[in-house]
Design a protein around this ligand. Structure first.
Ligand code: NDP
Length: 297
């Protein structure tokens, strides 16, 4: 069986193209969608993520402003900034880059972001609305997965989707989307985690497998059924003697599933490019909501 590589870039490009006229319509009435990104400390990976996000916003003629706080900032410093941005009408989206330094309580901080500007979709109100089937902002990575499935015409309804990972940012919202009664959902969903006994017994039953465990190469060809569609969310750094000193690998051992799976997303270049694109989608949507002009997604 030939296994199709589900690349994220064409999906991401077509969504960004569809956003352009929406951004132009907003500009005509004097609104520029704007993201306020907060980064605390100097974690190198976080710096890269925030820079990439800023670049994507510029490319789409949107704005992004990064607020850099010292790693020793206390909770009050962060909450005061969030409060200011919650009340700033020019900021349509607020993003707190994770992970936060250990002395800060992520939950308290994320809960302070206004649900109306929570373009990451992490606020409990938005997660609740998603579970209810009436989403406001959908978390970017699971939303990106759905758009990949849609773009490549991979049917979901009536199939068995097995998710590996139950984080609040990937696994749980992915479950809420795939199990939902709507055109890109309606799957029977199993969610696996470290408490799952005999993981392979479940993955072998998956028509669709969503790997989001953060464990390099853990899903291998002998753990999947023939014809499965596999979405690899994992992005893991594996140290090696290459020039960079590491290689990025997914949670799926791609080589071993080739010829068995119907399709698989590559790492890098699969789900990765989708996350920032869906952040753009949510920020444009937030700007449109200010003038009751939402036209898509
Ligand atoms: P978390 O560490 O928050 O969650 C990992 C989940 O996987 C947990 O629920 C954990 O179970 C489960 N898990 C870990 N190891 C195993 C195992 N051996 N068997 C079964 N379950 C396991 O990670 P995230 O959800 O934040 O991220 C997951 C991966 O996706 C990471 O590689 C991350 O880098 C990547 N990612 C990629 C993004 C993108 O843009 N493409 C965006 C976000 C994340 P338990 O709950 O029991 O601990």
């Amino acid at each position: 069986m030939g296994t199709l590589l589900l690349k994220g870039k064409p999906v991401s490009d077509s969504i960004r193209l569809a956003l352009e006229p929406r951004v132009q319509s907003l500009k005509k009435i004097g609104i520029v969608p704007k993201l306020a990104a907060i980064i605390v400390g100097d974690d190198p990976a976080s710096q890269v993520y925030v820079r990439n996000k800023a670049r994507a916003f510029e490319k789409l003629s949107c704005e992004s402003q990064t607020y850099r706080l010292d790693s020793k900032s206390n909770e009050e410093n962060v909450l005061t900034l969030i409060d200011r941005l919650n009340n700033d009408p020019s900021a349509h989206g607020i993003l707190v880059q994770l992970p936060l330094p250990n002395h800060l309580d992520s939950k308290t901080i994320l809960h302070t972001v206004s649900p109306n500007k929570d373009v990451d979709g992490f606020h409990p109100e938005n997660l609740g609305l998603l579970l209810e089937g009436n989403p406001n902002f959908i978390p970017c990575t699971p939303h990106g997965v759905l758009e990949i499935l849609r773009h490549y015409d991979i049917s979901v309804s009536g199939r068995h989707a097995v998710i590996v990972g139950r984080s609040n940012i990937v696994g749980k919202p992915m479950f809420a989307l795939l199990a939902q009664k709507f055109e890109m959902g309606n799957a029977t969903v199993t969610i696996c985690h470290t408490g799952t006994k005999d993981l392979a017994a479940y993955t072998k039953q998956g028509d669709i497998i969503i790997a989001a465990a953060g464990s390099p190469n853990m899903i291998t060809g002998d753990m999947i059924k023939e014809g499965a569609d596999i979405i690899d969310v994992g992005i893991n750094r594996v140290d090696d003697d290459s020039e960079k000193g590491y290689t990025l690998v997914g949670d799926v051992n791609t080589e071993s599933v080739m010829g068995i799976a119907n399709s698989v997303t590559p790492v890098p270049g699969g789900v990765g490019p989708m996350t920032i694109t869906m952040l753009l989608v949510n920020t444009v949507k937030s700007a449109e909501k200010c003038v009751e002009l939402v036209t898509g997604w």
